[in-house]
Design a protein around this ligand. Structure first.
Ligand code: GLN
Length: 471
């Protein structure tokens, strides 16, 4: 038995007065305390969460409907601007930052009665694949405390696997929702680029950043997406919604799924679980076809040029003036900039600022940044061609299961963990990681499914049918 009912059921119990939002929030806060050894959480929003819960309970008592997510507690990655707590993106340079406004996603969830109870750990500024780049601590994998939970939304994924709350929010710039979902054995959804507003989220690489839900089931993720999706005037790259994302019909039968060939880079245990899952999907009526995405071989290199370029620009705002950390003994403004950034940023942020500044600098811009943009277009074409032949693409989310904390020391090796996920970000595609099974050591393996842009509803419907078959 799981700790929480499905999100829709929790909300309808609250609406009907059968459950109290206050009790739900207290339950989540207690679990967060009880399971603190996993270090999934940076801090709670206890006072504000309890106040909101009591407001929702009194709305119910006076006959009002608090919304589709009435009283449902959730946990936000700490790069979402929220009231009731600091927003730090797990970086020293932002510690102490009180958001002046809330992210659009948070506002939309609150409008439907959901309650943010805590902020989850992440790699600082969402740079990483393991949460080891957090300036606070490394989150532990709920399935094996010696392993990483994946990243950068590792705290959010661990929180769901630990059942600290019914759902969590993450951001996916190169795989940061899907990879930790895979490592922690839960559902992680990266929407079509622009479907979910980036307003009020600490920017990483703006042309790739995609906020989305992490949950215990596809239907929970779909309901959360349904609440947060759609155009937002505060994000000029946001797009209109396409229908109802909770309509999970039409799933698997007769759908053509293109399967990317798994080469020797994918570890044996992952291959085994994925092969078995694909077979199950075929047995349930999907038409499985091998496919090739030739340009996708360059996706990782392309991503690490474009992403670092955008990171270097987005992180320029942390100048020791506008955000909390400022070097106190500077003799002039120049030294404020230099010292605040040198001390405030961690090694990974600095590495990306240097790389990104390099690929954008005159003389190298054409050789790196511009070329990467060209390859990005070719990657988009690659997927377009494939989607002329198949409805969906499937493969593993990650080449391995969760690795030991401290094992990956070389940053380039860490970047390689994103090799299967970055393509979706470069092409703006919707993608999901679903629990597909476990290896002999009991570590989860994630199945990744991708769809053409704006086919989020179809993808969720497929995933929901796949979830049933794989269970
Ligand atoms: N692991 C990737 C990186 O370090 C992706 C991060 C993300 O999606 N936020 O860039």
């Amino acid at each position: 038995m799981s700790t929480w009912a499905g999100v829709a059921d929790i909300a309808s119990d609250v609406q009907a007065g059968k459950a109290s939002a206050t009790e739900l929030v207290k339950k989540s806060l207690t679990l967060i305390k009880e399971k603190s050894e996993f270090q999934a959480i940076i801090g709670t929003t206890e006072a504000r969460a309890l106040a909101r819960a009591s407001e929702i309970d009194s709305q119910v008592q006076s006959g009002k409907n608090p919304g589709r997510l009435a009283g449902v507690p959730f946990i936000a990655k700490d790069n979402f601007l929220t009231f009731g707590s600091e927003t730090t993106a797990a970086s020293n340079i932002l510690k102490g930052f009180e958001a002046p406004y809330q992210a659009t996603v948070i506002k939309r969830l609150e409008k439907e009665g959901a309650i943010c109870v805590a902020k989850a750990n992440l790699d600082a500024f969402a740079h990483g694949s393991s949460t080891e780049n957090s300036d606070y601590f490394t989150t532990k994998n709920p399935h094996d405390k010696t392993k990483v939970p994946g990243g950068s939304s590792g705290g959010s994924a661990a929180a769901i696997a630990l059942e600290l709350a019914p759902f969590a929010l993450g951001t996916d710039t190169g795989g940061s929702i899907r990879l930790p979902a895979s490592f922690c054995g839960i559902v992680g959804y990266k929407p079509t680029y622009g479907l979910v507003s980036r307003s009020g989220i600490v920017a990483m690489a703006s042309s790739c950043d995609a906020p989305g839900p992490l949950a215990a089931s596809v239907s929970d993720a779909a309901l959360v997406l349904d609440v947060i999706a759609g155009r937002d005037e505060l994000d000029s790259t946001s797009i209109d919604r396409q229908g109802q994302y909770t309509e999970l019909t039409g799933g698997l039968k007769g759908k053509t799924i293109g399967v990317i060939e798994m080469d020797e880079h994918i570890s044996g245990d992952v291959r085994q679980v994925i092969d078995a899952s694909i077979e199950k999907l075929a047995k349930a009526g999907a038409v499985v076809k091998p496919i090739k995405l030739p340009v996708n071989d360059y996706a990782l290199a392309t991503y690490y040029i474009i992403q670092t370029a955008e990171v270097s620009s987005n992180l320029s705002r942390y100048d020791g003036q506008r955000y909390p950390y400022s070097y106190p003994d500077a003799k002039d403004l120049d030294e404020v900039y230099k010292k605040s950034r040198s001390i405030g940023f961690g090694a990974e942020a600095k590495r990306r600022i240097i790389l990104g500044t390099f690929v954008l600098s005159s003389g190298y811009y054409e050789a790196y940044y511009q070329k990467a943009q060209l390859v990005r277009s070719k990657i988009i074409n690659d997927y377009e061609k494939v989607f002329n032949e198949v409805d969906f693409v499937a493969g593993p989310t990650a080449a391995t299961t969760a690795f030991p904390i401290g094992e990956v020391q070389d940053p380039l090796q860490m970047y390689l963990t994103d090799v299967l996920t970055v393509g979706a970000n470069l092409a703006g595609l919707p993608a999901i990681s679903l629990p597909a099974g476990k290896n002999d050591a009991g570590l989860p393996v994630g199945l990744q499914l991708l769809a053409p842009q704006r086919k989020d509803r179809e993808l969720l419907a497929l995933a929901s049918a796949a979830e049933e078959v794989l269970a």
